[in-house]
Design a protein around this ligand. Structure first.
Ligand code: G
Ligand code: G
Ligand code: MN
Ligand code: NA
Length: 254
C-alpha cells in the first residue's frame, strides 16, 4: 500500500527516469537503435527496477499515465540524439498489456510522436508474446492501426510465451527479439544454439528481422554473426545507461 501511494506521486515528483540501451548491427557493431528502460528513483526505496513496480503499476492502472510519460520522454530523447549522431536513431519502447488495451493507447502514441516531431518509423513498440496470445479482435485491430501509421512493432521476449506461431503470419510485426534466456547458454548448450538458429531462419523466412537480447560475451557475437542474426543487444556492447552516459557513449561509439 505504501508503495502504491508513493507510485501515485512519483510522476509529479519526477522520480521516474529512462535508461537507454544500444541495439547494434551484428556485422559492424554500429548503433542501430536504442531500447528505453524505465527506472524509479524513490528517496526512501532507492532505485527501483521495473520488475518490482511494473506489476503494481499494471494492477492499479498507474501504468497508463506512466506509460504515456515513457512514450513522450523516449520520443523526445530520440529526436535529441539526431544532432549528435548526424542521423536518425530509432527508439524502442516497452508496452505492457493493460497500457496496450487502454482505449486511449494509440492516441497517446500519436501524441508522443507529434509533440516530439519524431518520425513514426523511428519508433518501435515492444509487445510481449503473452499479450499477443490473447488472440482478440481488438489486439489485432490496434496492431494494424499502429502498423498503418508507420510505427514499427516487435515481439519482445520471443520464445517464452508458449506461443502459437500462427500469430506471426497474421499480425504486422517487423522484428523478433529472441529472449535472453536462449542467448545466455548458446555457446554451452547445443539445444539453445539449435533453437536460436531455428528462430533466426523462421523469422527471416517470414520477412522479420531479429534482435538477440542478453549478449554478454564475444563468442556469442561470432555465433550470431554466423547465423545471420541482424541485431544484438546486451552488456557486451553496453548496459542500459542514464541519458548523460548514453550521450557520451554515442559520441564515441557511433
Ligand atoms: O532493465 P530491465 O530491468 O530494465 O527491465 C526489466 C523489465 O521491465 C523488462 O522486461 C522490460 O520489458 C520491463 N520494462 C522496462 N521499462 C519498461 C517500460 O517503460 N514500460 C513497461 N511496460 N515495461 C518496462
Ligand atoms: O524488455 P525486456 O524484457 O527485453 O528487457 C530487457 C531486460 O534485459 C532489461 O531488464 C535489461 O536490463 C536486461 N538486459 C539487457 N542486456 C542484458 C544482458 O546482456 N544480460 C542480462 N542478464 N540482462 C540484460
Ligand atoms: Mn524489451
Ligand atoms: Na525481452
Amino acid at each position: 500500500l505504501q508503495m502504491e501511494s508513493r507510485m501515485r506521486r512519483a510522476l509529479e515528483l519526477e522520480e521516474f527516469e529512462l535508461y537507454f540501451q544500444p541495439i547494434v548491427h551484428t556485422d559492424s557493431g554500429n548503433l542501430c537503435s536504442v531500447e528505453a528502460l524505465l527506472r524509479w528513483n524513490n528517496p526512501s526505496m532507492g532505485m527501483v527496477m521495473p520488475d518490482r513496480f511494473i506489476p503494481l503499476a499494471e494492477e492499479t492502472g498507474l501504468i497508463i499515465p506512466i506509460g504515456e510519460w515513457v512514450l513522450e520522454e523516449a520520443c523526445k530523447a530520440a529526436v535529441s540524439w539526431k544532432e549528435t549522431a548526424g542521423r536518425n536513431i530509432g527508439i524502442s519502447v516497452n508496452v505492457s498489456p493493460r497500457q496496450f488495451r487502454d482505449p486511449g493507447f494509440t492516441e497517446a502514441v500519436m501524441r508522443a510522436l507529434s509533440a516530439s516531431g519524431l518520425e513514426a518509423d523511428q519508433l518501435e513498440l515492444e509487445i510481449t508474446e503473452r499479450l499477443i496470445l490473447d488472440n482478440s479482435i481488438e489486439t489485432a485491430e490496434i496492431l494494424r492501426q499502429l502498423d498503418r501509421s508507420g510505427i514499427r512493432l516487435s515481439v519482445d521476449d520471443f520464445g517464452t510465451g508458449y506461443s502459437a506461431l500462427s500469430y506471426l503470419k497474421s499480425y504486422p510485426f517487423d522484428t523478433l527479439k529472441i529472449d535472453k534466456s536462449f542467448i545466455q547458454d548458446v555457446m554451452k548448450e547445443p539445444e539453445d544454439a539449435s533453437l536460436v538458429r531455428a528462430i533466426i531462419n523462421m523469422a527471416h523466412s517470414l520477412g522479420l528481422s531479429v534482435i538477440a537480447e542478453g549478449v554478454e560475451e564475444e563468442p556469442q557475437t561470432h555465433f550470431l554473426k554466423q547465423e545471420g542474426c541482424d541485431f544484438c543487444q546486451g552488456y557486451f556492447y553496453s548496459r542500459p545507461l542514464p541519458a548523460k552516459d548514453f550521450e557520451n557513449w554515442l559520441k564515441t561509439n557511433q
